[in-house]
Design a binder for this molecule. Structure first.
Ligand SMILES: C[S@@+](CC[C@H](N)C(=O)[O-])C[C@H]1O[C@@H](n2cnc3c(N)ncnc32)[C@H](O)[C@@H]1O
Length: 254
């Protein structure tokens, strides 16, 4: 019997299978957080709690399905659900989902670059702290645009690539030295300026600012004459982050 329209089961039943040719072109996705989920859950909890108020403020009250893309251990799900939306968590790491699934929401283990959902399935997509972890950020944004309803909202929240990454040396007086590795896009597993937290464990994909912004543009431009979106800078409040993070609410894709 076909699943009821609008349910997660319904969306999953409509997943597209990539062609063989397309699959050959796809970037390999890694579950780098497998084995670190318990650690990540403890480490991130206070920061997620601190960000929850601002996340609720950005989203505002809403309804309909909301995808938490790269939901990790599920720290942001309650804050999203509290806005009135029906939240669905998705992550590539089974270990992260093991913890996330203690919360009472539907989940999907899948690659954010190949979402198992039909077109225009979600009114809202939230992506928190994933741009430095996904293997193909441009593909993730393309998929986000595909699964959003026309006029839907995408909240992206992540590090600013000019002030965070393997290229940044932080001075005692809060100055920043941007080293030559800024030009080296891609995975970095080592940096002399990293502390002893998350990046030493899972590495970091550095997406330089131009590549980062071009990925948003390539995924679909904002509606002509519509809301161009907003960018906020906030205090990171996070020991791993060497500078402000950026929140981009890039558009209401039409
Ligand atoms: C820094 S964590 C952020 C988790 C959560 N959004 C939060 O704010 O706590 C990055 C997450 O992205 C997930 N991830 C990385 N690549 C992914 C992909 N291709 N598809 C889905 N999730 C992915 C990781 O497994 C990890 O849980």
């Amino acid at each position: 019997m076909p699943a009821a329209k609008g349910t997660v089961q319904d969306m999953l039943s409509c997943c597209r299978s990539p062609s063989l040719r397309y699959r050959r072109l796809m970037t390999m996705t890694h579950a780098r957080y497998d084995g670190y989920a318990d650690w990540y859950d403890d480490f991130n909890a206070p920061f997620a709690d601190a960000n929850a108020v601002e996340l609720a403020d950005i989203l505002g009250p809403g309804h309909g399905l909301c995808l938490d893309l790269g939901c990790g251990t599920g720290h942001n799900l309650d804050a999203i659900a509290a806005t009135g939306r029906n939240v669905v968590g998705l992550d590539f790491s089974a270990d992260q989902l093991r913890i996330a699934s203690r919360r009472p929401y539907p989940f999907s283990r899948a690659d954010a670059a190949r979402l198992p959902f039909k077109d225009q399935a979600f009114r809202t997509v939230v992506a928190m702290w994933i741009s430095t972890d996904v293997d193909d950020f441009a593909a993730v944004l393309r998929e986000t645009a595909r699964v959003l309803t026309p006029g839907g909202t995408f909240v992206f929240w992540g590090v600013h690539p000019c002030f965070n990454g393997p290229h940044i040396e932080r001075g005692d007086d809060e100055t920043r030295i941007i080293h030559r590795t800024y030009r080296e896009a891609g995975w970095h597993t080592e940096s002399p300026w990293w502390g002893h937290n998350i990046r030493r464990k899972v590495g970091m994909r550095h997406v330089p600012l131009a590549q980062f912004l071009n990925a948003f543009i390539a995924a679909g431009s904002p509606r002509a004459g519509g809301d161009p979106g907003a960018v906020r800078h906030s205090d990171p409040g996070h020991p791993d982050l060497t500078h402000n993070f950026t929140e981009v609410v890039p558009s209401r894709w039409a």
